[in-house]
Design a binder for this molecule. Sequence first.
Ligand code: ADP
Ligand code: ZN
Length: 610
Amino acid sequence: MPPQKDTEDSLYPTALSILNNTFGHSAFRGAQWDIVDHMSQGGDALVLMPTGGGKSLCYQLPGLLRRGTAVVISPLIALMQDQVAALKQLGLAAAALNSSIEGEAVNRLERAFANGELDLLYIAPERLMMARMLELLDQTPIALFAIDEAHCVSQWGHDFRPEYLQLSVLHERFPEVPRIALTATADPQTRQEIITRLKLEKARLFVASFDRPNIRYCIVDKLDARAQLLRFIEEDHPGDSGIVYCLSRRKVDETAHWLATQGVRAIPYHAGMDTASRSKNQMRFQREEGIVVVATIAFGMGIDKPDVRFVAHLDLPKSIEGYYQETGRAGRDGAAADAWMSYGLADVVQQRRMIEQSDAGETFKRVLYTKLDALLGLCESAGCRRVHLLHYFGEVSQACGNCDNCLNPPQTWDATEPVRKALSAIYRTQQRFGAGHLIDVLRGKKTERITQWRHDTLSVYGIGTDIDEATWKTIFRQLVSLGYAKPNHEAYGALELTQSSVAVLNGSQPVSMRRVIAALKKGSKAASSNQSSLTASQTKLLNELKDWRFLQAQEQAVPAYVIFNDATLLQLVTQVPQSFEALSRIVGIGAKKLERYGHAILEIIRTGSQ
Ligand code: ADP
Ligand code: ZN
């Protein structure tokens, strides 16, 4: 039975009952109810919520509460199709209109829409703008317009879609239909652009907290990046879906290939691949379980997979915004997930070089340097990563207990003496050498280069034998990120002194640094609801449920998470419901899914727990 439409003043009881029975959620999350209430009463809204925050419900539910069909504008066909599949599983009348359907199917769909048979219609922006479609909209009752991924109107953003600019038509042509624009992009410029371009000046703004409590942040010193990554995947995420970000296409290909030879189901994704292989790989990631995509940041907006268990950065991103957006793709289902990054001196040098050598003007370069420095501040911070991240987005918070620094507080040490030695070495070698050679000099090595340049005759030669090579590397990295030295990009990353070096050299400025935790130290596992904390029999049951889910998904040709997501399966194995009543209390099991899958699940639990 379709949910009841209601135009009464207090919608709360009806809304809650749809939330419970249709969507299978026990309570509204964050600002969801306020938004649903506001939309249901015909207001316009701009919603800024992090990925995984639960944006869809903010237009789906008012769409059900209001008379007419909710029209959802969405930029990506693959996304639409999965959303529609998920809504159908909930027993709702949803459909998508885009270039992938043709002929009679289009007519049928349009008729159903015109007859008011649809709860939700997903549509691509270019399709919406067609004269025929606009006429159809004129004649059909519309509950609301939802503009998903609204930051696509931003001409300065990397997801710009020109068709989005035309969406201001909605306001002019259908002034009485409420509009809701949604995005996970937080910065003030984008927000302002959305408001202006979509004419949302009067819309109520809802800004949710950007915290993603289920994501565990961890930034490690880069020693042997590949080995560290493999270890992280094997120990913490065997068989999980994940994304590994690299800076260059070549590194993407090499890393994917190497991981595959190590037994990880890794596939590449970057803009240099032909369109067919690219969409094939994206589809595999979206549909299959346990695929690791190694990608450049070209792999982005099209990903709407809720059960990505980790996002790893093998190279340094450009800014905290970038880092947060990329890591935000992990754990959208609310179950524990990891954001892991390895970072070393070469990353800092490389990012600085890219800015230096870019075509950007001086002002813009300064912006880029500032953003990079903010990210380096996060990397070198000894305090809670989450507090640091949220502070950057203007939120005040408490130490989280779920990041590397909270779980394993790094020690700091007085590095003034070694730093002075390092700066002297830079100075004595005419500021013409990179960290590798400088470390050889400090450690008194006999290399060809040292002999050739007669660096064994310098006063700094061999004054740093008390510190091992790995530690020296982290000292040099921190020197650069703290601004006590800088790479000269015309001289292949040779390190030079800076203004701030002087005070350290003359002894008036002490330097404190993070102590590096022993090489390749095993990371502690992600939060407690993770698969790794299950007992053997729970793991067995989980695997049985996953096998069953896989078959269901195959049969219906939908992604597995559309049947049930990981968080729901985990609840099933930890709570072991024995009745329909108990099943209905599991988050993610609404009336329709209970009816359709309840028997099968109870049967698996019954036989599995024997
Ligand atoms: P977004 O579009 O903001 O990235 P989604 O709308 O895809 O997020 O929701 C992310 C996940 O959170 C989904 O798995 C969804 O089922 C779940 N979710 C949304 N609202 C709630 C709620 N009130 N209670 C529990 N889970 C929710
Ligand atoms: Zn923390």
